[in-house]
Design a protein around this ligand. Structure first.
Ligand code: ATP
Ligand code: MN
Ligand code: MN
Length: 373
């Protein structure tokens, strides 16, 4: 095996926003394991190791070819001793004993199962685990558990929502949203965001951004869209959150990827007949219902915030995280889904496109399909 690092591997940046990461992952055998280790650390509230494993996975995803020996990763950023030890195990034995141990762990299994329900986060999952609950059936039959509305929908549509959404299904959802939005406001601006904008073949939901060309006109838009989806009989669940966006409070100092725009987390009913390639097909008789539930996110920022929201909601999560870290550490700027603030000049930088934001940050533009960090 030739162990010299390919020249393209030299000079890999520690920041995902300075790497180009397509959906083609040559190092899936490593990154799947890293992501499981990250998740397990997250369940143990070990933030440092969790972030380290996610960063390591992200660097490996950006490589142009598969890693065949440890020498080939010499000089790469974000790969710590722990990560290298795991990679060595995989290279030697074709598997990681550490991760296999975790997979067998009762607590890990339960938390993974519980958090796979829409509306259930690590805290709730932990609470259920501590009460001795281990299966979804046990949760549904336990008399003292109060599920909130989101969790009830999560259980009700569990099998559909935990099934990946295909590109064809995302496209069909896009047609419905587009028709609905433009029926209400013909000049509304609508964009696909999230994983499907990055070119992914499958996703856990479909994400959209919508706004109006005139400032303020976006205010009632989302509620209209929700009403119209309800009228069409396809709204299975809706969690609407009104805007708490306040220009006078910019720049925000929060660095999570949450934002204050009006948004809604939906579950829609998608008819199989509306999905390209499924039309007129003889379906599996066990799946003869003819429709499936799909998770959909809609966000409606004011138009002057559109570029920031588009960049944030396109992701990936790791790409966005590194953009914000890069802005702060390398440029003394604060970036979030609302704005970019230059701490040196003490002003907010305007942007109408994502290209503007990259330019303000002194970064080469990275296309959405290269942001799968
Ligand atoms: P998947 O295919 O699994 O859906 P995804 O990349 O589309 O992958 P999402 O969870 O849908 O993942 O999130 C898309 C992007 O939107 C991410 O970059 C994330 O940071 C951002 N995002 C998700 N939820 C919120 C939220 N509540 N507020 C702000 N941004 C969010
Ligand atoms: Mn998504
Ligand atoms: Mn989403």
């Amino acid at each position: 095996v030739n162990c010299s690092p390919p020249t393209a591997v030299a000079n890999v940046s520690q920041y995902a926003c300075q790497r180009r990461t397509t959906t083609e992952n040559h190092n899936k055998i490593f990154t799947d394991v890293m992501e499981e280790l990250a998740e397990s650390s997250e369940f143990n509230e070990s933030k440092g190791p969790c972030l380290a494993f996610r960063q390591a996975a992200s660097v490996l995803k950006s490589l142009p070819s598969a890693v065949h020996c440890l020498k080939a990763i010499q000089g790469l950023p974000c790969l710590g001793e722990h990560t290298k030890a795991v990679m060595e195990e995989i290279l030697t034995f074709g598997r990681s004993f550490k991760v296999e141990e975790i997979r067998c762990d009762e607590r890990y299994q339960a938390l993974k199962l519980f958090t796979s329900v829409f509306g259930v986060g690590p805290k709730t999952a932990e609470k259920w685990y501590r009460r001795g609950l281990r299966s979804l059936q046990e949760i549904l039959t336990e008399p003292n558990i109060q599920l909130n509305r989101m969790q009830r929908a999560g259980f009700l549509y569990y099998s559909d929502i935990s099934k990946a959404v295909s590109k064809a299904e995302a496209k069909a959802v896009g047609c419905i949203i587009e028709e609905t939005v433009h029926w209400i406001a013909p000049d509304a601006i609508l964009a696909l965001t999230g994983g499907f904008r990055r070119g992914k073949e499958y996703g856990h939901d479909v994400d959209f951004l919508l706004t109006m060309p005139e400032m303020g006109k976006e205010e009632g838009l989302l509620l209209h869209v929700i009403d119209r989806l309800k009228d069409q009989g396809i709204l299975l669940y809706c969690d609407y959150q009104g805007s708490t966006f306040d220009v006078s409070k910019l720049p925000s100092c929060r660095f999570e990827d949450m934002d204050c725009f009006q948004k809604c987390f939906l579950i829609l009913r998608l008819e199989q007949g509306q999905v390209e390639g499924e039309r007129g097909l003889q379906r599996d008789p066990g799946d003869s219902r003819g429709w499936r539930a799909v998770r959909v996110d809609l966000v409606a920022p004011p138009v002057d915030r559109y570029a920031f929201a588009l960049l944030g909601w396109t992701g990936s999560r790791q790409f966005g995280r590194d953009l914000r870290t890069f802005a702060q550490k390398e440029r003394q700027m604060l970036l979030d889904n609302h704005a970019l603030y230059d701490k040196t000049k003490k002003l907010c930088l305007l942007a109408t496109t994502e290209e503007d934001i990259f330019a303000h940050l002194g970064l080469e533009y990275v296309e959405p399909w290269q942001r799968n960090a």
